[in-house]
Structure formats: C-alpha cells, structure tokens
Design a binder for this molecule. Sequence first.
Ligand SMILES: C[S@@+](CC[C@H](N)C(=O)[O-])C[C@H]1O[C@@H](n2cnc3c(N)ncnc32)[C@H](O)[C@@H]1O
Length: 371
Amino acid sequence: MASKHLHKAKKNKNDEFYTQLSDIEKELKHYKHHFKDKVVYCNCDDPRVSSFFHYFSYNFERLGLKKLISSCYQNQNMDLFSQHNVEQAIYLEYEGDKNGNRVPDVEEIGLNYFNGDGDFRSKESIELLKQSDIVVTNPPFSLFAEYFNQLIEHKKQFLIIGSLNAMKHSEVYPYFQSNQIWFGATMFNGGATYFIGSPDLYDPEKMSNPKNAYIEDGKLFWRVNGVRWFTNLEHNKRHEELILYAKYNPEDYPKYDNYDAIEVSKVVKIPKDYSGVMGVPISFLDKYNPNQFEIIGLSMKAGFGLQSHKFYDSYKEIRQNGTFTGSSGKKTNGNPMLVGKPKKGNYYIDEFGNCAHAKYDRLFIVNKSLQ
Ligand SMILES: C[S@@+](CC[C@H](N)C(=O)[O-])C[C@H]1O[C@@H](n2cnc3c(N)ncnc32)[C@H](O)[C@@H]1O
C-alpha cells in the first residue's frame, strides 16, 4: 500500500507544486477591469493553501467580484500540501466581506463537501464551472490539454498557468493561430519561476542543478523553466508593437529545405523588410501583437497551417564524427530543416551526400504591414 502511494506521488509529482502569491499578483495587475461583478472559479485549488484563493479573497472588494469559488481535489486534510489520501473533497464559496474588516474571515467563507473527489472533470465541479465567469489557476501540468479543452468547451474566460510547450499541443495551438487565446502579460522571470512543494518531492535526479531546487522553512522551492500564462482575457501588453531593427539578406536568413519560409533564429532578428513567411522560435508568442503579425502555421510532424513539402525517408541520421546512429530520416519529417551540416549535433545525409539538419519547432509568421 505504502509503495502504491509512493508510486502515485512520484508519477504526479509535477502536479503538486504551488504558485507563489508574488507571481499571481504580478500577472493579475493587468486584468483588474475584467473582474467586476464576475464569479471566479479556482478549480484546482485547495483554498487553505492556494495563493489564488488568497489573492482573490483579499482583493475581492478591490476587484468588485461577485463570488469566489475554490475547490480542492481529493483531500480534506489541513496539511500544507495535498496528499490525495481522502476520496472526498471540499469547495469554498466566498461572497465578500460582511463585517467590514476587509478580510475574509472563516465565518464568512462557506464550506461545502463534494460527494466525489473534486476532480475538475467531475459533474459536481463542472456544475460550479457553469456558474462561473472566469477560471484562474495553475492546473495539473500533466492534464493541461484536457483541462484547457474543458474551458473551451464551456466557453469560459480564463487565465491559467501552463508550460510553454503546451502551446504546441494539437488541441491548443489552433486557438493561438486564430487569436482566440494568447500568452499573459508577464512571463514570470524570463519564463522561469519557483513553484513550492513538499520537501518529500525533492528529487536530485530531476533537479540536477542545485540552483534549481532548495528547501527553506520546510518547503521545497523548485525552479521550472518555460512557464507561461495562457489566457483569453484581453490585456494591453499584447498590443505593444515589437520594434524591428534587422534587415533581410539571404545569407543570414536561409530558406528552409522543406518549408516555404526563411529561418529567423531569434525573435530579435526578425527582419523589418521581409514580406514573406518567416519561421521564428515559439517564444515569439511573448511578443506577438496580432495587429503587427499574422501567425500562419506551426512546424510539426502533423503540420499546422504551412505544410512541409519535403520528406527525409531516404536520409540517415549521422553524428558529427561521421558514424550513423541507426535512425532513418523519417524521424525528422515535419521539423524545419536547413540544408548543410550544423556546427553541433546530429544531422541527416542521403546516398548522394546531401546533408540537412533540423531546427527547433518554429511558428510561421508574416509581417502584416508588408502585405
Ligand atoms: C500545479 S498544482 C497547483 C496548485 C494550485 N492551483 C496553485 O497554483 O498553487 C495542481 C493542483 O491540481 C490538483 N489536481 C491534480 N489533479 C487534479 C484533478 N484531476 N482535478 C482537480 N485538481 C487536480 C493537484 O492536487 C494540485 O493541487
């Protein structure tokens, strides 16, 4: 039994990290006007430990909220960190300060029991979702796509935390391309932040860099890179124009071997005078202003928008030292490919000695003002 629990804790370990109040405050500053008379639901938030619940309950009057609901998954214990050892869960409802002290007191907060485990996909939780206007939380990373889909299906406004790479998910990306969702106003600290967890979750294998994790005051602080806010709430930052300095030339901006686009290796290098399709790193979304650029695709195995027109089945993967890895070039189909050998890393070669190497996933964009 004990080992079963250990196994479960290990498996879902990344889902058990909590968001710091300072990160929430930094982002929420940009949305104050959205919350007036709204019901906010934090549906992956044990209200006793969640900084989301803390933020909204303490800022209830300032934001002009109508109601705050916060629910917790499978756990009734008052432990600081969810242990998932009780199959019944609770949700709290708060409708603002009644006694004039501007603080959410225990007697002002309605405590309710779910019949089930409080899973965000459960009927009971969905009932609360239906009553709400805006969902704000950091959901379990491992269930991000499913979580996201549920919000879309119920046509909710939301501000949620996810990994940068979740943007590439086939069920998420199309909403970026069609400007129905976007990244938040802040990107933590350059896309990285410390989440807080139980010290039991410390795993030196995963946190090989000692700077990535430390224990303080009985809490584990774990630095996670590539984190973003995903939202469909309007904010001003996404309308700031990206100032472009670089000028196009064919040497610095080679055409891909398999996509009708040029390679732009960094967002700061986007040329101001190129009217065709450009492949840019996915972190471009941090700077994306829909009035300035249009997103027309994403390079992926499946391909979104722009399709790869060349496949590498007849190529073989080769190391820098000239030895073959044993993998076929099929492996790289869909990646944005440049002709030639790279300075570092493996590449692909065919029987005639033609070489090509893969770049990271790219978003394909065009500059609207040059169309
Ligand atoms: C990444 S943590 C974030 C917790 C909290 N939202 C915060 O930001 O501090 C994700 C939370 O979702 C809970 N969780 C995991 N699976 C869930 C599910 N199926 N339904 C609802 N909550 C779930 C976890 O127990 C955990 O508390």
